[in-house]
Design a protein around this ligand. Structure first.
Ligand SMILES: [Zn+2]
Length: 360
């Protein structure tokens, strides 16, 4: 039992630290989101892989909105995904902002065949093609009758060796690799991105790319300075649901509950975590955690909290069943936690937690 609690404790600790920082940055977020300061709401579609951590953007918490699924595979036709995305889009529009969706696939610059995206069998061309096709769909879906648009989309590659982003144009195959921009000032960066996207994006959208492109440069310079070797999987947490943007680098596989292949995504994540334990990347005594969570708005009172709790419990039951079936060898290491996340503070409230072996 003692051994199993350690990853769980780390999860609680990580969330508490993030939540404190999130609350501290409330006024900053309010200022940042003013349409006259940053007229673009930025949403990120990203792989569930723990190496695709929101940390790579180097932004204060809550500024960017994340959706996570294996392989950065999304479809606006999915029943659970469309309402979530539409809420975000309409909320931004109501506040006088336009939207930019950034689709992030990932690869390893040093060892693409081994350290790439598991959902695309480490085929980085397939991963790129998948994000490109979704970008094209968004461009076509969000064109208004008069040819204008309030939503733009771009794709980026993430080199998980150094956490560096590579911007890609929609047409012509040109790339802008931030690894080549490490010594740019923010002004140089704004100029370079402006030139790069001149015929694809309005300049005010490009200006709202600069803060997180600049955050990413700082991040990758720090990673380089720390001498971190190219990283494989290291996750000890399978996190399912929403409100889970607070996990750090390589801590958790985060699966949004959107895809019709949700169960398959959970099975892939469970195999990765089991592999991490068997290979000794995650100490056996540390244990693994299956966390299911759903966010709630405190203004919705008890009914809102209870409904979030029902949702999280539902995700947990589905995911537990998948783990028992797909990776029975993981069960002895797995601690299951169900929680709800306060949307105003991002604080996780654990509703129940138990070793998976215990039938409750
Ligand atoms: Zn991936």
């Amino acid at each position: 039992m003692e051994g199993h609690v350690k990853t769980f404790d780390a999860v609680i600790h990580r969330n508490a630290a993030y939540s404190n920082f999130f609350v501290e940055k409330r006024e900053y977020r309010r200022w940042y989101r003013r349409p006259d300061i940053h007229p673009t709401a930025v949403g990120v579609w990203m792989c569930m892989d723990g190496r695709c951590s929101p940390d790579v953007f180097g932004m204060p918490p809550g500024v960017l909105e994340f959706w996570r699924n294996g392989g950065c595979l999304f479809d606006l036709g999915w029943l659970g995904f469309q309402p979530s995305f539409k809420d975000w889009y309409l909320h931004a529009r109501k506040n006088g902002r336009r939207c930019l969706v950034v689709l992030v696939d990932h690869f390893s610059g040093s060892d693409p065949k081994k350290l790439g995206c598991a959902a695309h069998s480490c085929d980085d061309a397939a991963a790129r093609l998948a994000t490109w096709a979704q970008v094209e769909d968004l461009w076509s879906d969000f064109e208004e009758d008069d040819g204008t648009r309030n939503l733009y989309a771009i794709s980026c590659g993430l080199d998980t060796d150094t956490d560096t982003l590579v911007f890609r144009k929609r047409k012509g195959g040109q790339v802008f690799d931030l690894a080549k921009a490490w010594h740019f000032t923010e002004r140089d960066l704004a100029q370079a991105l402006g030139d790069f996207y001149a015929d694809e994006l309005p300049q005010e959208i490009v200006r709202d790319i600069v803060p997180w492109a600049s955050g990413n440069i700082l991040r990758s310079r720090n990673i380089e300075a720390s001498g971190r070797p190219p990283q494989g999987h290291g996750e000890s947490v399978i996190a399912v649901g929403r409100g889970l943007d607070w996990f750090g680098m390589n801590e958790a596989l985060v699966i949004g509950p959107f895809s019709p292949d949700f169960e398959e995504m959970v099975a892939v994540a469970a195999r990765i975590v089991l592999h991490n334990i068997e290979e000794g990347v995650v100490g056996q005594g540390k244990g693994a955690v299956l966390l299911a969570a759903a966010p709630f708005h405190p203004c919705e009172g008890n009914p809102g909290r209870r409904m979030a709790s029902r949702k999280a419990e539902h995700f947990a039951r589905v995911a537990e069943k998948v783990v028992r079936r797909a990776t029975p060898d993981l069960v002895p290491y797995l601690h299951c936690a169900v929680g709800i996340v306060d949307n105003d503070t991002r604080r996780l409230r654990i509703e129940r937690h138990n070793d998976l072996q215990t039938i409750i």
